[in-house]
Design a protein around this ligand. Sequence first.
Ligand SMILES: [Zn+2]
Length: 214
Amino acid sequence: MQFAAAAAAATTVEAAHALARRPVSAQFSVPGAVDHHAGRVIRSVLNEWGSVDLRSEAHSVLTAAGLRHDAIGVDRETNFALLARVAATDAAADLPVVYIGGTQAISGGIYDHHLINHGALGLAGEIGHMIIDPGGRPCWCGRRGCVETRIGLLALYAAATGHPEPPFDQLFTDSADLLTAIRDLASTGDERAHSALPGPATGRASLSMQSRRS
Ligand SMILES: [Zn+2]
């Protein structure tokens, strides 16, 4: 399974060649914990990956395209989303940005001094499976009491609708429908749905914050 991303990149490179373009790098966006220096996926529950040396595996596929090993990047998808948000909103370059988002799983990222802050272990912002209640409800990652069990999409759906929490695989197949159901219910003024949401019901599952250094 871990070769799927590299194979997709190879297809993209072929398309670039067909357009007489020369690929200069390939960047892999992965949901989960990533050591971006090493180009290694530490764990991606949504992909059902354990440790994967994605850069090396991609390099073996992309060598024919002329890409060097150091031209292949791997990072958490939330960090790419954060960069896109910074670019789209023209977030002042001198302001640090903390981004919390996710359509399938809760995650976050930190942008400061014109760079992504990956933290000492490369996991800065990876908050979805941070345990906030050791005796709490089981999480789909296999542990208990993660942030996901409180504000993840499955938990939010159950709290907003009063229905049982959907099974894990609906994160793959029905995340958009679950979000729509929550938004629609909230838009009717449903008290339960409103009380389940952390703020005004906007129908969005992401939140970005900017703060100025004091
Ligand atoms: Zn978890």
